[in-house]
Design a protein around this ligand. Structure first.
Ligand code: SME
Length: 157
């Protein structure tokens, strides 16, 4: 596909509906995971203007920073630590409306106010997480959980 993204205006749901087919065609023409993660991070940042979008990948007993868009971030997160390590440990999507109220939240950047973390299921279990941060409180909901899970599923299908 042409390396240009169409961005819908309108509701969050409408923007995911326009974004997802484009990600589908982006990843269909490329089988390199790093390239696909990089483009997914860029496409999400371009579409929604999120503060930070990125991947952490399971390497031995830690999550290690992968492709991302946004300010520099923590490079390693232990299992069970922070929102990312908890999503990995519990194998579920976690939405945090106010990061200051999440016990053990890891503040890579003090501007981050709310967060969603979606686990990535590979062939042998959880292979990483997609982490999205917003500089507004309460920026994520069920629409994001569904949209991001679908996007992650496209990259790892
Ligand atoms: N806040 C995350 C750490 C990663 S950064 O937000 C990029 C956490 O608590 O796991």
């Amino acid at each position: 596909m042409a390396e240009e993204l169409s961005i819908a205006s309108g509701t969050k749901q409408e923007r995911y509906a326009v974004l997802i087919p484009q990600i589908k065609s982006l990843v269909a023409s490329e089988n390199d995971l790093t390239a696909n993660m990089a483009n997914v991070a860029a496409a999400l940042k371009q579409t929604f203007g999120f503060f930070w979008v990125g991947f952490y990948l399971v390497k031995e007993d830690q999550l290690v920073l992968g492709p991302f868009q946004g300010p520099v971030a923590c490079t390693r997160i232990s299992r069970g630590k922070g929102v990312c390590g908890t999503a990995w440990n519990e194998g579920r999507t976690i939405i945090v409306p106010d990061v200051d109220k999440f016990p053990g939240h890891i503040a890579c950047n003090s501007a981050s106010r709310s967060e969603i973390v979606v686990p990535i299921i590979g062939s042998g279990g959880i292979v990483g997480v997609l982490d999205v941060d917003s500089d507004s409180l309460d920026d994520f909901d069920h629409t994001d959980a569904l949209g991001l899970a679908e996007i992650v599923g496209l990259v790892w299908s």
